[in-house]
Structure formats: structure tokens, C-alpha cells
Design a protein around this ligand. Structure first.
Ligand SMILES: Nc1ncnc2c1ncn2[C@@H]1O[C@H](COP(=O)(O)OP(=O)(O)OP(=O)(O)O)[C@@H](O)[C@H]1O
Length: 563
């Protein structure tokens, strides 16, 4: 239980060990900090080091594997310090930078930090780098671990690296960093009671639905966080849950609000879940694993965990991805439970028997590096120009298979990013600067050659904004009818259809009403437009630097790769 504080919120376990943490940081270039979920790692470590003067020589970077976590944790820290976001505390995620010259504590996705190291390989702007949620073993965090190992050799005297997690194998990371200290911070904040099903349900959506309704009918006030595997499940769950709540006897329960939370919602819609619930209303937040780590949604008392996750798996021998629904690991189950019990005691309903949790779930999630295409990462490492880097021998915490590294090299060769000897080409360098998947970057370069860069930018923006143009849940039949009349790609497939729809919106002067009239999500469309503008600016910036930009009379940018 948290210790009482004279006034205000409880003192978190991390804060109670402030002196011990600072002493370890002072004496070592790298430390691993393991503390329970909710103990204060994400929000307090940066503040402690800021208070103790570590921001005099540079800022503190705290990486998060997920965008929504970078945004929400930075907002919380800004609030605790009484500053506005973008001042002393800020965040940077792909396509959005809310930092300024004044920023001392910067939350950023691990991908953004990798990108920053392209222009500043020594990351001199930072005096402390905290790799948070390292247990997620995202590809980018794994690469950062390898880079940090190199960096501390060059910056042993002026850089501190902290690797934090609730559930990471601390010893393994410590061994990777030549036996650096591991601080185990004891103490949880509020207890979370766990309930298991007697059997594995045949239909986990139906079973989650029943559990949610049971909570609503029988339990005291408190929001419910329901984990589903992906957007389709979430959409189904949201509409069924709304329907069943409506069918409950009037006056038998408090009001309810059902909110989706997944990666393809625009950021501003994702953070809606952090606004307080209306009075006398229970919120049901139906989420994918984006809500699994780092997030504190104030008000969440109950967690419903279906025990599954949708996972992308790359097969290097076919060059194809499959998206499979698989069982979560014990680490993931514990993270999910850890979303309750953060601001008061909580309950977690696990829709699987405890024997399955103990005996069938893997202990930890398979690192992303072992199940994804490595083309983007290999291109990134090549573009760093580190003299002694042999990609096949790069120091990874868990090395990927030789097959996937060779596959990445082959992919990069096919798109001219590297030459026969494995050296990065000029085109490859250009591609590495774009915050896109290598194949999309290559598409833009090729489109430029073919004189259709503007159109390709639109398609790249809609794809990388990860916005789907699927039907909304609106009941507006006229909108649905109008939507049927939108261009259908003229037989050229989804990408051309995306482009045609976007161009129709352009002709309507980007009027938001045009989107709602056509049953398209206004926020998603607007976000794609912002992303398009940003990509266009990045291209202009790169092109200017390389003096290869040609601006047409219509003001549209074209890029030439010829010097
Ligand atoms: N937005 C918020 N609203 C209310 N309380 C919050 C908020 N964010 C954090 N807290 C409080 O601060 C505590 C510490 O949160 P923090 O994210 O730092 O923990 P953590 O150790 O990083 O957890 P995890 O391992 O789950 O990421 C929470 O348990 C909660 O009590």
C-alpha cells in the first residue's frame, strides 16, 4: 500500500527510494530499474533527476514504445510540475513535436529517438536517456539498447542511461551492459485482486461482454478497461456493449459511456480516454494492447483481459506478414492487470484459468526483432555510418536470425538502398531520412521520377497515418448512400481509391462537412492531411539540404535524385 503523504496523493515507491536511485545513477553510467506497475517509473524518475540537477547540462529523454503513452505520460508530468506541455516538459512522436528550447524533460517514442540520432549520433542534447517499458522489447528499443552500449563508451563522463521496466529480466540486461547495477524497487501502489475463469471461453468477445455487463450491474462505481485483440473486435464490442447497456432496465444502473482505444485512431481521439467521466457515469474503454503499458487512466478500477493479442509475424522466406491472434505472455497479463490499482484498489477479470496463465502462457513476449522485417532498421544502422558496424554482428540483446538479417539486406538491395557490396547508396540515404517504411520511401522517390510525387505523397500519408477509411458508426443513411458514390479506385485498387477520395476532398476545399456528409471520419481525414503536409515539408527540407529540390510553377514540390 502507498505511504500516506501529509497532503495530496500518496508517495509512490520510486519517490521513496530517491536517494538510493540518485546514488546509483551518480556512480554508474548505466542502471536498470525494476519496479511494480504503477510504482512511478515513467512519471517520477525523470522528475527526480531533473530536481537533482541532471538537466543542467542537457535534457532528459524518456522513450516509450507507444505514441499514446508518450503523450499521456508527458501530460501527467507537466501537470505535476505545473507547467504547460511544450515548455519544461514536452513530447515528440512521429508527425507531432510538442517541445521547445525550454524543454528539459522530453517524452518521445523510441522511433523518434532513433531518428534524432541520425542527425546527432552522440545525442549530445541529452544528459540522461531513460529507456522506459523495455520489457515490451519493441524493435526500436532493442536497437537503442545496442546503440546505448556504444554511446556510453564515448560519453562515459556526461551521459546517464536508465533502463526501466516492471517485468524485465534485469539480470540479462545487466549482463548485456557488462554487469551494470539492477535496482529492484519494492512496493506496489494499490492492490489488484485477480479473478480467473474456470475454462477458456469459446467466444472471448461474448465472454468479455458478459463480464463487462456483470460489472456494470453488480459492482460499485469505477471505469472498466477491456482488452480486445484489434480494431474489428473493438468495433464489434463497442456496438454490442452499447446495445446491451441500452437494453438494461431503465434506472437499474448508472449511465455508461463506451470509448474505443486503438492505434489507428488519430492521437487527439486516443487521448479522449484521459478526460474525466461525466458525473454518475461509468466509462467502458475498449482497447488493444496500446493501453497495456505505461498508461494510467484515472478512474479505471476494473480490467477485463481476454488473454489474446493480435500479433504481426514476418516470414523472411516468403517476405510476407501474417496477422495472427495469439495468446498473451505472462508479462502482458501482468501489465494488463497493472492498469487497475493505480489510483485506487482494483480488480482484474482474466478470462482464462490460472493454470493456463501459469503453464501455457510464455513468460515474456517474443521480442519484435525476432518477428518483424528488419529492412527499416538495417537501413537506419547503415545510414549512421558507424565505421565498425557489421550489421550481421551488431550487438543485440537477443540477436535476430541470420535469415531475417539477410532478408533485410536483400530487400534493401532490391529497392536500390544498398549496392552489391552492402554500402548504402545516395537513394538509400534519402530514404533513411524519411520517417516511413523503406518501401514507401522508395515509392516516393520512384513517383518523383515518374512525375507523380504529389499523388504518392497523399497515398503515403494516408497509409502512414494508419487511418482506415472504413464506414463510421454513424446512423446517417444519406451519408452512407453518398459514400457509395465516392470513387472506387477505377479497378486500380485501394491505394488509388484512397487518392481519389482525398482529391475529392481537396476539390471541396478540405471542408470537414464534406467528410461527414460522405460518412468519412473527419478526424482521420484531417490527420492524414496534416501528415501529408509534414511529409511534404520533410521532403522539401531534405531536398533543400541536398540541393535537389525543384519547385514547380504550381508551388508543388518535386524531388530530383540527380545531383
Ligand atoms: N494521469 C494520471 N492520473 C492520475 N494518476 C496518475 C496519472 N498518471 C500517473 N498517475 C499516478 O502515478 C502512479 C505512477 O505512474 P507511472 O506511470 O509513473 O508508473 P510506472 O511505474 O511507470 O507504471 P507502469 O510500469 O505501469 O508503466 C500511478 O500509479 C498513479 O497513481
Amino acid at each position: 500500500m502507498p505511504s500516506p503523504s501529509p497532503s495530496g496523493p500518496p508517495v509512490l515507491p520510486i519517490s521513496e527510494h530517491e536517494d538510493e536511485i540518485v546514488a546509483a545513477v551518480e556512480a554508474n553510467p548505466v542502471i536498470v530499474v525494476i519496479g511494480e506497475t504503477g510504482s512511478g517509473k515513467s512519471t517520477q524518475l525523470s522528475q527526480i533527476l531533473h530536481r537533482r540537477g541532471y538537466t543542467r547540462r542537457g535534457a532528459i529523454a524518456v522513450t516509450q514504445p507507444r505514441r499514446v503513452a508518450a503523450v499521456s505520460v508527458s501530460r501527467r508530468v507537466a501537470q505535476e510540475l505545473g507547467v504547460s506541455i511544450g515548455e519544461e516538459v514536452g513530447y515528440a512522436i512521429r508527425f507531432e513535436d510538442r517541445t521547445s528550447e525550454k524543454t528539459k524533460i522530453k517524452y518521445l517514442t523510441d522511433g523518434v529517438l532513433l531518428r534524432e540520432s541520425l542527425s546527432n549520433p552522440e545525442l549530445k542534447q541529452y544528459s540522461v536517456i531513460i529507456l522506459d517499458e523495455a520489457h515490451e522489447r519493441s524493435l526500436n528499443t532493442d536497437i537503442l539498447l545496442g546503440l546505448m552500449k556504444r554511446l556510453i563508451k564515448h560519453r562515459a563522463s556526461d551521459l546517464k542511461v536508465l533502463i526501466t521496466s516492471a517485468t524485465l529480466d534485469g539480470l540479462k540486461v545487466s549482463n548485456f551492459f557488462s554487469g551494470c547495477p539492477v535496482l529492484n524497487i519494492p512496493g506496489t501502489i494499490f492492490p489488484v485482486e485477480k479473478f480467473y475463469s474456470t475454462d477458456r471461453p469459446t467466444n472471448y468477445i461474448e465472454s468479455s461482454l458478459r463480464t463487462a455487463i456483470d460489472i456494470h450491474v453488480k459492482e460499485a462505481p469505477g471505469d472498466v478497461l477491456i482488452f480486445m485483440t484489434g480494431k474489428d473486435d473493438i468495433d464489434k464490442m463497442v456496438s454490442k456493449l452499447e446495445e446491451r447497456i441500452q437494453n438494461l432496465e431503465e434506472g437499474s444502473c448508472m449511465d455508461a459511456l463506451v470509448l474505443p482505444l486503438h492505434g489507428s485512431l488519430p492521437p487527439e481521439q486516443q487521448v479522449r480516454v484521459f478526460s474525466p467521466a461525466p458525473p454518475n457515469c461509468r466509462r467502458f474503454i475498449v482497447a488493444t494492447n496500446v493501453a497495456e503499458t505505461s498508461l494510467t487512466v484515472d478512474g479505471v478500477v476494473f480490467v477485463v483481459d481476454c488473454g489474446y493479442v493480435k500479433q504481426r509475424q514476418y516470414n523472411p522466406s516468403t517476405g510476407m506478414y501474417s496477422l495472427d491472434v495469439v495468446e498473451i505472455s505472462r508479462v502482458q497479463a501482468d501489465q494488463r492487470a497493472g492498469r487497475a490499482g493505480r489510483t485506487r484498489p482494483g480488480k482484474c477479470y482474466r478470462l482464462y484459468p490460472s493454470s493456463i496463465y501459469q503453464k501455457e502462457f510464455l513468460e515474456a513476449t517474443v521480442p519484435e526483432i525476432q518477428r518483424t522485417s528488419l529492412a527499416g532498421s538495417v537501413l537506419y544502422l547503415k545510414s549512421l555510418n558507424l565505421p565498425d558496424i557489421d550489421i550481421l554482428k551488431f550487438d543485440f540483446l537477443d540477436p535476430p536470425s541470420r535469415e531475417s538479417l539477410e532478408d533485410a539486406l536483400r530487400q534493401l538491395y532490391l529497392i536500390d538502398a544498398i549496392d552489391e557490396s552492402g554500402q548504402i547508396t545516395d537513394v538509400g540515404r534519402l530514404m533513411a531520412e524519411l520517417p516511413l517504411d523503406p518501401s514507401l520511401s522508395r515509392t516516393l522517390i520512384e513517383a518523383n521520377e515518374l512525375g507523380c510525387l504529389s499523388q504518392a505523397l497523399t497515398v503515403a500519408a494516408v497509409l502512414s497515418a494508419e487511418i482506415t477509411l472504413r464506414q463510421t458508426r454513424s446512423k446517417d443513411m444519406e451519408g452512407k448512400r453518398k459514400r457509395q458514390e465516392l470513387p472506387d479506385g477505377s479497378g486500380w485498387g485501394d491505394h488509388v481509391q484512397l487518392l481519389q477520395i482525398f482529391e475529392s476532398w481537396d476539390q471541396a476545399d478540405y471542408d470537414p462537412r464534406w467528410c461527414s456528409d460522405h460518412d468519412l471520419q473527419v478526424r482521420g481525414m484531417k490527420f492524414s492531411k496534416d501528415v501529408r503536409n509534414q511529409l511534404s515539408q520533410i521532403i522539401q527540407k531534405i531536398a533543400k539540404v541536398q540541393q535537389i529540390c525543384k519547385q514547380g510553377e504550381d508551388g508543388r514540390v518535386t524531388l530530383s535524385t540527380e545531383n
